[in-house]
Design a protein around this ligand. Structure first.
Ligand code: ATP
Ligand code: MG
Length: 326
């Protein structure tokens, strides 16, 4: 197993009290797997991802265990952690513009990254490797663009360069946190196509974070659905889309025009209500107040993540619920 996360919890001290951003998340990822993490805003997706590289701000308290290729980032010294972050894992973010230094051109940006791994690298060697990577992400005319600065590229081009830069350190794991949210739909589809291609050609292990369950189902082998700092469902993309067991997953799917009821015949059903206050102490299932299938018992105890038939966190048997939904 490449990555094992066990009972990850992250609390933040806030003026309103303790905010439980991640409330006991466990999952494994094997080499070459493409995992999607979906959920509404505030469900703890980014904090979970940042925890893997132990990148939590000072007001955060992290517990549990992360094991990445046998290494434990939670017990590393500052120096070990820097080298772990630089060599094992690369992260790409939503807005590529903000990840680049505006005063570095492309040549210099890549040179600095290569140099961090190989201090002896020459300008020429760096340039050859840079052009190769930019070709791999299909940036047109890469040789001519080395002198350009970030503001001279479109959002889609910058995201390609960002992906190339992530690959420059030859990471074992690529984490993409909403890499297409800021892009328009056509460009988004192109970036999705590129990630699919890289997954196939490089056998990349990827964690792809998004609000968009339909988008991620086209890429991921497996999807984890998060809500209120918890995993609500963890299953293959195919099962998640065709046989969602958790009412929250069903809600996400029903609010899509493609997988849910079609516009022309039925109205799209968006999930009523809003996410719970993350500072509140929640007893039962955090989705209960919004759940169409709620029972009294749902408010009493948090259901366990059942591990037998896919996994889902609900007191009603999944397959039975599917019939209730139809
Ligand atoms: N540094 C921080 N201090 C206090 N609270 C924080 C901090 N970082 C995150 N949080 C809170 O932790 C919770 C989970 O945040 P997180 O960023 O993981 O959500 P997310 O699922 O990535 O949402 P989005 O889809 O909007 O990116 C939220 O309630 C957020 O406000
Ligand atoms: Mg986020």
């Amino acid at each position: 197993m490449m990555l094992e996360i066990k009972n990850l919890k992250v609390n933040f001290a806030t003026p309103r009290g303790i905010l439980q951003a991640v409330r006991g998340v466990s999952f494994n990822l094997s080499e070459g797997e493409f995992l999607g993490i979906v959920g509404e805003s505030g469900s703890g997706k980014s904090v979970t991802a940042a925890s893997i590289i132990n990148l939590i701000p000072p007001n955060g308290l992290i517990s549990g265990e992360v094991l990445m290729n046998g290494k434990k980032p939670f017990t590393m010294s500052g120096q070990e952690l820097l080298s772990f972050r630089g060599s094992e894992i690369a992260i790409i973010f939503q807005e590529p513009g903000r990840s680049f230094d505006p005063i570095y051109n492309v040549r210099k940006t890549f040179y600095e990254t290569f140099k961090a791994h190989n201090p002896a690298i020459s300008d020429d060697e760096s340039e050859i490797l840079t052009v190769k990577l930019l070709k791999e992400v299909h940036l047109p005319h890469p040789e001519e663009r080395l002198k350009n600065f970030p503001h001279q590229f479109s959002g889609g081009q910058l995201q390609r360069i960002m992906i190339a830069l992530a690959l420059a350190s030859n990471p074992n794991l690529l984490i993409a946190d909403e890499p297409t949210t800021a892009l328009d739909v056509t460009i988004q589809a192109e970036i999705v196509g590129l990630l699919k291609e890289l997954k196939r050609k490089r056998k990349l292990t990827v964690i792809f974070i998004t609000h968009d369950i339909e988008l991620v189902s086209r890429l991921a082998d497996r999807i984890i659905v998060m809500y209120n700092g918890l995993i609500m469902e963890d299953n293959t993309s195919r099962n998640i889309i065709n046989h969602p067991y958790h009412p929250y997953t069903m809600g996400l799917i029903n609010s899509l025009p493609i997988f849910g009821n079609h516009y022309s015949t039925h109205k799209l059903i968006s999930i009523p209500g809003s996410i719970p206050d993350p500072v509140a102490d929640i007893q039962g299932c955090p989705f209960a107040p919004r759940c169409p299938l709620v029972k009294d018992d749902c408010f009493i105890k948090l259901p366990r993540l059942n591990r037998e038939d896919g996994s889902y966190r609900c007191i009603i048997d999944g397959p039975k619920r599917e019939t209730a939904h139809e």
